[in-house]
Design a protein around this ligand. Structure first.
Ligand code: ADP
Length: 636
């Protein structure tokens, strides 16, 4: 073991003077301290000045000197290793790179760091070196650098231990004495003050920078009401001051969608995009953007190690992407709105070789909150605008639709009034009267249908649509609807055939087949009515076929027409509220029928689908579980 002699934290100046030493010796020491102080007060770049202090310490105070500082995140890091012999500087560089100060087996340096008391090892033997060495290599370098006597002094300020200065002398030089400990302690105290000042200054600058940054961020984030451009602004706001590249992702339909990517090197934006496309983050991973979105907790990877890179890469190509982008440090924070994560801000340090720390985490979390709010506001604003637009469009369609039967009703009623005003009515008048009353009846029927559809919308929107499940024969429902549409089919020139394939197989025409299930009879009627009326309306006078089939558990109804058909893009939105894909001049309708059909079928536990090709016709289908489900409808 080293001969450790813990000393007090540092002698006072009075004590310093009292120590017996030759005047030359005292002069040499004070010259050293003066030049070290001058060096330390020269700049606020303490990393550089500590290197200079280490350089000043050799060869007078030591053959070699190391400076270890506790960094802002509490990790002890070696800042300087300087040897008096330039030939040994390479060894010193190797020492700094390979042997972290915290891994000495003797723990002597850690003791100084923990207790804040100086340690003097007057005589260090080779056995002590063997004992302290981390590895054979470490031993080889320590022996080559030479260590026969050693002093370690803590850098203390305001009760805080900021690091350690270690001075080493080799064989053939006077070993360290207590007066050397005094000098070293005085040096360490001044160095600590310099570090403290520099850090306070940096902190003040950082705060100032943070305030400026947030002021700028707030202006930028509130200057658009389009969430995509907000995300783009956000990405460009943090690059290059807070990231070499940045990606903004938003939660959409249970997934994360990449909205914006910015990179200091614009040439790399495309590489980052390609990597995101080819290797989207794994939604089930315990870490990464999806985990941040799930938990709302930020993730900080201070140092992306080679091991992490090769472990994280999914294949050779992925590895090449990661290497090309050169990830060094990663920070992911949630974009939060209303206390709920709505996206993720990914920040990466790459070429500038910097690292994220706890302060960045705090700052970016705050940015994530502000940006989340801006994105959500923009989205809500646009949703509200779209809803208002949709409502206005709907109101104009609705008034137009309601107006058509009303106009015709008005004409019919006028005709009736004219006939009834006559003093004498002929048989022809009576026949006309009957025809007009029939016309009135038809228009009243149409108005009732329209008003019923409107009522359905308001019921569904307010969650009041309840299902009444009972045993229903689907085939009988289809027959009843077909019967009701007899005249319309004739008027449209469409023939109608029905094929029933029950569990037992197809029955020959004319044989009664029934498919029973637990459904809401009226709603089922509404579903078939909507499908059939559309087939007649858009069926171009061609034959229509209804096919009904059933397995033990599911009944399926398909209605096929050979009319105008629907393009693939329009098929996507047919079942949405107010979706009308044909021109209102040619075909009337609210664009509500299929939306209501979808809600009703889903409420009964089933699903709807469409297959269609423009000009060829369409097949609309509904699959309904026979055991039924419900009640309850959730509109979207
Ligand atoms: P509408 O009452 O306007 O007909 P629907 O919700 O029933 O509303 O239908 C929405 C849109 O789907 C219609 O405007 C029409 O463009 C299209 N559509 C529905 N059924 C068919 C069909 N059988 N053939 C072609 N287009 C259809």
């Amino acid at each position: 073991m080293f001969a450790v002699a813990p000393m007090s934290a540092g002698p006072s100046t009075a004590e310093f003077k009292e120590r017996a030493e030759s005047p030359e010796e005292a002069q040499r020491r004070s010259r050293f301290l003066i030049s070290a102080s001058a060096s330390l007060s020269e700049s606020l770049d303490y990393e550089r000045t500590l290197q200079q202090v280490a350089e000043l310490s050799v060869p007078d105070m030591a053959d070699w000197c190391t400076v270890t500082v506790i960094d802002e995140v509490g990790v002890a890091r070696r800042l300087a290793v300087v040897h008096a012999d330039p030939a040994k500087q390479e060894l010193a560089a190797e020492y700094i790179a390979k042997f972290p100060p915290t891994e000495h087996r003797s723990r002597q340096l850690l003791d100084v760091l923990e207790r804040g008391a100086a340690a003097l090892s007057v005589s260090v033997t080779d056995e002590d070196l063997v004992h302290a060495a981390q590895t054979e290599d470490h031993l080889r370098i320590m022996r080559a650098l030479g260590c026969a006597s050693c002093v370690m002094v803590p850098m203390l300020v305001r009760g805080q231990i900021l690091g350690v200065i270690s001075l080493m002398r080799g064989q053939g030089r006077a070993p360290y004495s207590e007066s050397d400990v005094d000098t070293a302690s005085e040096l360490a105290h001044r160095a600590a003050l310099a570090i403290d000042n520099a850090r306070l200054y940096r902190e003040a600058r950082r705060r100032e920078g943070t305030m400026r940054f947030f002021a700028e961020a707030s202006t930028l984030l509130s200057s658009s009401l389009d969430h995509v451009s907000i995300c783009e602004r956000l990405a460009h706001l943090v690059v290059p001051s807070f990231a070499d590249w940045c990606g903004v992702e938003l939660a959409e339909a249970g997934d994360l969608r990449s909205i914006a990517i910015a990179h200091v090197d614009t040439g790399k934006v495309e590489i980052a995009r390609q990597m995101r496309r080819r290797y989207p983050p794994d939604p089930a991973a315990a870490r990464g953007p999806h985990a941040v979105l799930r938990t709302g907790r930020a993730e900080l990877i201070r140092e992306v190690t080679e091991e992490m890179t090769s472990r994280g890469a999914r294949d050779e190509e992925h590895l090449r992407f990661i290497r090309e982008l050169g990830l060094r440090s990663v920070l992911m924070v949630p974009l939060v709105a209303g206390g709920r994560p709505i996206g993720v801000l990914n920040l990466v340090w790459a070429e500038s070789n910097r690292h994220y720390g706890p302060e960045d985490l705090e700052m970016m979390r705050e940015l994530g909150r502000r940006a989340g709010l801006a994105v959500e506001n923009a989205r809500l604003y646009n949703e509200a605008r779209a809803a208002v637009k949709l409502r206005d469009e709907f109101l104009s369609i609705a008034s137009h639709e309601l107006k058509t039967p009303l106009t015709s009703l008005r004409l019919k009623v006028d005709g009736i009034l004219r006939i009834t005003a006559k003093a004498e009515r002929s048989a022809a008048d009576l026949a006309k009267l009957a025809a007009r009353v029939q016309g009135v009846d038809k228009q009243v029927g149409r108005l009732t249908e329209l008003v019923d559809a409107l009522l359905d919308v308001s019921r569904v929107s307010s969650g009041q649509l309840q299902l009444r499940l009972e045993d229903v024969d689907l085939v009988a429902v289809i027959e009843a609807v077909s019967e009701r549409f007899k005249d319309d089919l004739i008027a449209a020139g469409c023939s109608l055939s029905t094929v029933v394939t029950g569990e037992a197989g197809t029955k020959p025409a004319g044989t009664k087949e029934a498919i029973h299930g637990r459904w809401d009879r009226l709603r089922l009627d509404e579903v078939v009515t909507n499908f059939l009326s559309n087939a007649i309306k858009y069926g171009a006078g061609k034959p229509i076929q209804i096919r009904v089939s059933a397995t033990k558990t599911v009944a399926t109804i398909e209605i096929e027409d050979h009319g105008i058909g629907i393009s693939p893009e329009d098929q996507q939105r047919l079942f949405e509220r107010f979706a009308r894909v044909v021109s209102p001049e040619h075909y009337g309708g609210f664009g509500l029928g299929l939306w209501i059909v979808k809600l009703l079928v889903e409420a009964m536990g089933g699903k709807v689908a469409v297959r269609s090709a423009v000009g060829t016709g369409s097949v609309f289908s509904a699959e309904l579980p026979r055991q039924g489900k419900g009640p309850g409808i959730t509109p979207r």
